[in-house]
Design a protein around this ligand. Sequence first.
Ligand code: SF4
Ligand code: SF4
Length: 669
Amino acid sequence: MQYTTLGRTGLRVSRLGFGCMRLPMKSPTEVDRDATIPMLRRAFELGINIYDTAAGYCGGDSQRVLGEALQDVRDKVVLSTKNPHYNKADKAGWWRNLQVSLERLRADHIDIYNHHGINYDIFEQNLGGPGGIYEEMLKAREQGLIRHIGFSFHAPPDHLVKLVDTGLYDTVILQYNLLYRELEEAIAYAAGRGMGIIVMGPVGGGCLGYPNERAASLVGDVKSTPDLALRFVLSNKNVHVALSGMNAMKQLEENVETVSRAGEFTEQDHRRISAAIEERKKLCGLYCTGCRYCMPCPAGVDIPANFEILNLERVFGLTEHARQRYAHLGGKAALCRLCGKCLEPCPQKLDVPTRLGEAIQALDERAGSVIAWTELRGASLAGDTLSLKLRCLVKNLSDKARKVSVEMLPSGEDQVWPQKFRFAKMPAYGRRQKDLQVTLGRAADAYHLDAIIRHDASELVEHLSDTVLPARRAEGYVLDASERRPGTIHVPAAGHPALAGEQPAKEHCFDFSVAYDGENLYVYADVEDDLSGVPQIPGQSPHRSNHLRIYLDARTPYMIGRGGYDSGVTHVTLAPSATAGRTAGELAVSARGEFEVRSAWRRTPTGYRVDCAIPWRAFAQVPAPPAVTGFDIAMRRYDAQGRQTLHLNWTGRAHGDRTPSAFGKLVLV
Ligand code: SF4
Ligand code: SF4
C-alpha cells in the first residue's frame, strides 16, 4: 500500500481509502453485516487506514457498521464523516447530528468532519460569517470531538476556488475521474494551498469499475479498466487519496494490488493516459469539448451530454453503460428536430445533427423505428369535463426518409381530435408534430391513448397515458387548517400500488386539494395517520421523519418530466413534530431551493391538517404561472430506527415520485 500525508492535516493516510456509501445491503436500510464486516476488516489488514461515510449512507446504517467493524482499531484509522445540516437558525440540529454520528461510529472523536455536499452559495448563506455553522465546527474542534474540518463538494470549479480562498478548510472530498475532469485545475489550486484532496468516484461511479478491453487497451501496460481508472486518479500528484466505494472482496483485493505497486504512479503516467484519451476522441470524430456554445437547443436536446455519452461508447467501449446513461438523459438526441441552429456556434465545427443521429443509432433502444410521445400544453374545464391540449410529437429514428401515418385510439368515453393524421415525408432523423384535443369523458384524473404508427409495411403501437389534476384559480385564498376543505382528492392506502407487499398496521390515507392564483400554488392536505406514538429520532432530518412531500416540475412544456432533479425540479417537505401533544408542536417546512413556504397546520384527532402557499416565482421556470406543472404528493412515515414503513403517493407509481418522469400533471384551469 502507498501512503501519503494528507495536506495540512499532517495525517498519514493510505492512498486508497474505503468509501462506505455502496456497502452490500440486506434491505434499503440495513447493511449486510456478514458480507461487509469481513471486507472492512480485510481492508484494514491490507493497509487501508482511511474510511469515509456519511449520516445518510446505506439508509443510515453505514456509520453503525463502520463503528462495529473497526471499534478495536479505532486509534489506527482515520474516520471521515459528514454533517448535512446547514440551517444556522437551528444549531442544536447540527449538534444532534454530530452526537448521533459519534455514537454510531463508537468513537470519541471524528478525524475529518465535513459539511456534506456544499457549494459556495451554501457557505455564504449558512456556514461562513458570524453566527454561521462553521463556528460550531470550531467549537466541536475545541472540545476535541473533531480533529480536522473539511467539506464534500459537488459544484462547478469556481465554487471550489472560492471555498479554498476562505482558508477555513483542511480537506475536500470531491469527484474526479477519467470521465469527469472538470475540477482538475481547481484541485491543483486547492492542493497548492495545503488542502488534503480526497477523491470520490475514482472509477467513475462504477462505470469504469469492470474490465473492458477497449478502455484497458488505451495504455499498453494496464491490466483492466479499474486499474487504469485508479492509476489515472492517483497519478495526479495533487490527489492524496482515492476513495473507492467497494462492495466485494475481489474488488477490494484488486484495488489494493493496483495501489500497492509503489512508485508506478507518476506525472508522466498521468500525461500519457490523458493524451491517449484525447487522441482516441479525435479518432472517433467526436471532439466535443463541452463548451456549450451550442446551447440552449430549442428542442431541449442536451447536446454536450449526448456527445459525452457517445464518447463513453466510442472511446471507452462502455456500450451498456452508455445506453443506460442515454436512457436516463432528459435531453436525448431523439428530441432533435434538425433545425441546424447549433451548427454555427460550434468552435469544433461538429455536424451536430448528424452526430446526434449517430448517437441515436448507437444508444437508443428504439433506433430504426418511428416513435411518438405527447406534451401536455394546457387544459380547460366545463362542469366536470376536462379538455386537454396535447401536442403529439413523431420522430423518425432511422437514417431513411419515411411516409408516416398516425391513428389515435382513446379509451372508454374519452374523445380525441383529430383522430388520424399523416406526414407525407419524414426525413432521416426528422421530427414532426400535431396538436390534439382530448376530452375526458368523466371526472377523470387519468387518460390512456394508444397511437398506432404506420410506416412502410410496419405498424407500431405507442401507449400514451398520464395522470392529470385540474387546479382551480382561487383569488383571495386564505391558508386555513382549522376546517376540513371540501372537494379534495382521496389517496387511500388500501390497494394502493405503492404499497404492494407492504401491510401497514393501521389505516393510513390522506386527502388533498390544489388551487392557485397569480402568486402562489396552494396545496392543502388532511392526513389520517396518528403520529403521537412515533418518537422523533434525535438528529434525524425532516426528510427521514414522518412527512408529506410535494414534488414540482414547472419547466418549459418540452422539459416537464425529463431528466433528474438537477434539471430544475424541486420539492417541499412538511414534517409535523411527533413528540409534542395533539394541539401543539411544530411543523418543519423545508424546500429544495431557497424560497419561503407559508403554512398553517393543526393536529386532528386522527392525524394532522396542513395548508401551504408555495410561490411560483421560486420554482416556475416560465415567467407567469405555467399552464402545466409536473406534480405529485407523497406521505411517508418512519419507525424509531429511521426506517421507512409507509410510502403513499397520489400517482400510485411506487417510489416513482423520485423521478420527474413519474410525476403526474397539474393543469391550471
Ligand atoms: S439541430 Fe437539433 S440539436 Fe441542433 S439546435 Fe436544432 S433541434 Fe437542437
Ligand atoms: S459547441 Fe460544439 S464543442 Fe461546444 S458543446 Fe456544443 S457541440 Fe460540443
